[in-house]
Design a protein around this ligand. Structure first.
Ligand code: SAM
Length: 415
C-alpha cells in the first residue's frame, strides 16, 4: 500500500465504512459497485476491499482483534500468531509478569504490531519501531487502544536501546517481489541479509538485560550463540519459529521445543537420553511422527523413553513402538497404526492396494527419494478406502508402510 492510499484509508468516514463493509453484498464485484455508487474513488474502493479480505484472512492469526485492525499483505504474512505473541510476552516480562512493574520493551521491527500488541496488552511500556513508513503507521493504528504503546517510524539501528528493560527483534526475512508471482515474497537465507542483519541483532541481544529474537525454524543450529536458549515452537501442528532468548528472558540454556495449540508439550535438551535406545530399526505396531518443532530442535530421541519408542533408522525422524502413546509425551507425536509392510515398486504396490480396496492415499516420506504427487499419479488407484502410506527406511530396508492414523483424543480416553 502506498502512503497516499493509507492516508485516504485513515479518514474517519472511510474507516467507518470498512467497519460496516459486511452490510454490503459478499460478492466482490457487487461490493465494489456499491462502494463506487457511494462515491468512493476507485483507489479507496480497492483499498477497502483489500482490507476487508485481509481482516478475514487475519482471523486465524489474530482472532477477533483482526476485525479492528489494518494490514498489508506482507505485514500479515510476517505477523506472529497472537497465542505465540502472548508466549513471547510472558518470556520477556517474566512468568509472573502482570505488568505491574511496567517494564519497558523496545520492539525493533514491529511490522503491523502483533508482538507489540501482546507486550502492551500484558502491561509493558512498549516502543515499537519500523523502518517502513506505511507499516509503522498501520502499527500505530493497530495499537491505538493501548496507551502504553507508541510507534516510531525509524530504523532499529538508529534507536538508542540502552535504557530498555527488554528488547524484541523479529528481523524481516523475506524480500518483496523476489518470488515467482508479482508482489510475492521470497525467503532470504543469508542471515546477514535479514533486516536488521542477524549479527547486529545478536550483538544488541547479548548486551541487553533481557531479549528475544524470533527467527525462521530452519535456522542453522551453528548460528545459535552459546549464551542463548533456542526454543522451536509449533502452533496448531505447524512449526512457526525458533526464538532465541537472552539474559533474564533465558530460562534454561540449550535447545527446547514447545508445542502449542490443543495439545501442549515442552521438550528440552536435558531430556535427551545418555545412550541410544535399544532395538533401533525393529518395526513395532505403531509409527510415530514427531512434531516438526521437536524434529527441528534435534530432540526426537527425547521422546523415546516416555513413549517406550525407538527410531526406525538412526538418521530418520520416525519412531516406532509396540504400545499406543499415552501421557504428556503423546502430544509430541502423530500416531499411525501399521497394518502391513508393502513392496516399494509401483506396480506391485498398486496391486496390493487395489486388492485391499484402497483408492485414496495420503503419502508421507522420510529417508525415501520419492515425490508424493508423482507416486499418487503413477498409482492411478480406482475409488476406494483411504489409507496413509509411509515411504521410509526401517534399518537398512526401504519400505512402504500401510497405516491408519490413530485418533490421539480416543487413545487418551481408552487407555
Ligand atoms: C517480521 S516483521 C515483524 C512482525 C511483527 N513481529 C509482528 O508480529 O507483526 C519485520 C519488520 O521489520 C521491519 N524492518 C526491516 N528492517 C528494519 C530495520 N532496519 N529497522 C526497523 N524495522 C525494520 C520491516 O519493515 C517489517 O515490518
Amino acid at each position: 500500500m502506498d502512503p497516499q492510499t493509507l492516508t485516504e484509508l485513515l479518514d474517519v468516514t472511510v474507516l467507518d465504512r470498512l467497519d460496516r463493509i459486511e452490510d454490503l453484498p459478499a460478492d466482490e464485484l457487487a461490493r465494489s459497485a456499491a462502494l463506487r455508487k457511494e462515491s468512493y474513488s476507485a483507489e479507496v474502493t480497492a483499498a477497502l476491499l483489500t482490507q476487508a479480505r485481509l481482516r478475514k484472512d487475519a482471523e486465524t492469526k489474530l482472532g477477533p482483534f483482526a476485525a479492528e485492525m489494518l494490514f498489508t499483505r506482507d505485514g500479515l504474512a510476517q505477523a506472529t500468531r497472537l497465542p505465540v505473541a502472548a508466549h513471547h510476552a510472558r518470556r520477556l516480562l517474566g512468568e509472573g509478569g502482570d505488568g505491574s512493574a511496567a517494564m519497558t520493551i523496545a520492539d525493533l521491527g514491529c511490522g503491523i504490531g502483533a508482538d507489540a500488541f501482546a507486550f502492551a496488552g500484558m502491561g509493558a511500556e512498549v516502543t515499537a519501531v519500523d523502518a517502513d513508513e506505511v507499516t509503522a503507521a498501520i502499527a500505530s493504528y493497530n495499537l491505538r487502544h493501548l496507551s502504553n504503546a507508541r510507534v516510531e517510524h525509524a530504523r532499529a539501528e538508529d534507536i538508542d536501546v540502552s535504557g530498555f528493560d527488554a528488547l524484541w527483534f523479529d528481523p524481516a526475512r523475506r524480500q518483496i517481489g523476489r518470488g515467482t508471482k508479482q508482489g510475492s515474497t521470497a525467503r532470504i537465507t543469508d542471515p546477514e541479509e535479514f533486516s536488521p542483519a542477524l549479527s547486529w541483532v545478536i550483538d544488541q541481544a547479548l548486551a541487553a538485560k533481557a531479549a528475544g529474537v524470533k527467527l525462521g525454524p530452519a535456522l542453522d543450529h551453528g548460528l545459535v550463540p552459546d549464551e542463548a536458549e533456542a526454543q522451536w515452537v509449533s502452533h496448531g501442528g505447524e512449526v512457526v519459529e525458533v526464538c532465541l532468548y537472552f539474559g533474564a528472558a533465558r530460562q534454561r540454556p540449550g535447545r527446547s521445543a514447545l508445542i502449542m495449540g490443543e495439545r501442549t508439550l515442552l521438550v528440552h535438551e536435558d531430556n535427551l537420553p545418555d545412550e541410544d535406545e535399544p532395538g533401533i530399526g525393529e518395526l513395532g505396531e505403531y509409527l510415530l511422527e514427531p512434531d516438526g518443532a521437536i524434529v527441528r530442535a534435534g530432540l526426537v530421541t527425547a521422546l523415546c523413553p516416555p513413549l517406550q519408542a525407538r527410531r526406525v533408522h538412526p538418521k530418520i525422524a520416525y519412531l516406532t513402538t509396540d504400545v499406543a502413546p499415552t501421557g504428556p509425551a503423546a502430544a509430541g507425536v502423530t500416531t499411525y497404526q501399521i497394518s502391513e509392510v508393502l513392496p516399494a515398486k509401483i506396480p506391485s504396490l498398486r496391486k496390493e492396494l487395489v486388492a485391499r480396496g484402497i483408492g485414496s492415499v495420503v503419502i508421507k516420506k522420510r529417508g525415501a527419494d520419492i515425490v508424493p504427487d508423482q507416486v499418487r499419479r503413477q498409482l492411478k488407484l480406482p475409488k476406494g478406502e483411504q489409507a496413509t502410506l509411509v515411504f521410509t527406511r526401517v534399518g537398512e530396508r526401504h519400505v512402504v508402510l500401510l497405516t491408519q492414523p490413530v485418533d490421539s483424543a480416543n487413545e487418551e480416553t481408552n487407555p
